[in-house]
Design a protein around this ligand. Structure first.
Ligand SMILES: [Zn+2]
Length: 176
C-alpha cells in the first residue's frame, strides 16, 4: 500500500496542500523505509535542510498524519525526534474531504434539476426565478440583466465531476 499511496495523485495533492510541495518527498522516504525515522536522517536522504523537514513534519503533525517520539541524548543533552507517518489517517482525511465535496456537488446538481436559475452575463450571482423576479431581473451586484441559465451544460458538467469524485473515493477505499 505504501508505494501506491504516494503515487496516488489525490494523495499527492492533499499532502502538498497541507504541508507544501516538498512534503511528498518526505512522505516517500517514510513509506519506503516502513519504519520510524529521525528528521535528520530524512533530511540527509532527501538532500533537504533539517529545519525544512521539521516544518513539513510539524504541519503533518498538526493534521494528525505525523507523530513523534522525543528522546534526550545523554551525551549531548540534545533532543532527537523519531517520526512515524499514519498512512491510514491520510486516507481517512482525504476520504472525508472527498465525501464532503461529493455531497456539495450532488446538492448543486439537485438545485439545477429543480430550479430554473437566473444570472447576469458576468455570473455574479445565481438566483431561482422568485428571487430574480424580486430584483426585477437586474443583477444586484452589477446591475445588468439577469437571464435564465441553460442548466443542461451545467448539469452535465456536475455529473462528470460527481463521477470523478466517486471514482476517487472508490480508489481511496481500496488503499485503506
Ligand atoms: Zn452581475
Amino acid at each position: 500500500m505504501g508505494k501506491k499511496l504516494y503515487e496516488n495523485v489525490v494523495v499527492k495533492k492533499f499532502v502538498e496542500k497541507w504541508a507544501g510541495k516538498e512534503a511528498v518527498e518526505v512522505l516517500k522516504y517514510f513509506l519506503k523505509s516502513k519504519r520510524p525515522l529521525r528528521d535528520e536522517v530524512i533530511a540527509e536522504k532527501a538532500g533537504m535542510r533539517v529545519t525544512e523537514v521539521r516544518t513539513i513534519l510539524n504541519r503533518l503533525h498538526y493534521r494528525g498524519i505525523a507523530n513523534y517520539d522525543k528522546k534526550r541524548d545523554d551525551k549531548t543533552g540534545w533532543y532527537t525526534y523519531t517520526w512515524r507517518i499514519d498512512t491510514k489517517k491520510i486516507v481517512e482525511l482525504i476520504l472525508e474531504e472527498q465525501q464532503e465535496l461529493l455531497e456539495k456537488l450532488e446538492k448543486e446538481r439537485e438545485v439545477q434539476e429543480n430550479y430554473t436559475l437566473f444570472t447576469c452575463k458576468g455570473g455574479c450571482v445565481e438566483f431561482p426565478f422568485e428571487i430574480a423576479a424580486e430584483y426585477q431581473f437586474k443583477c444586484p451586484e452589477c446591475g445588468r440583466d439577469m437571464n435564465c441559465i441553460d442548466g443542461a451544460i451545467k448539469k452535465r458538467h456536475l455529473s462528470k465531476q460527481i463521477n470523478k469524485v466517486r471514482k476517487v473515493i472508490e480508489e481511496l477505499k481500496m488503499l485503506k
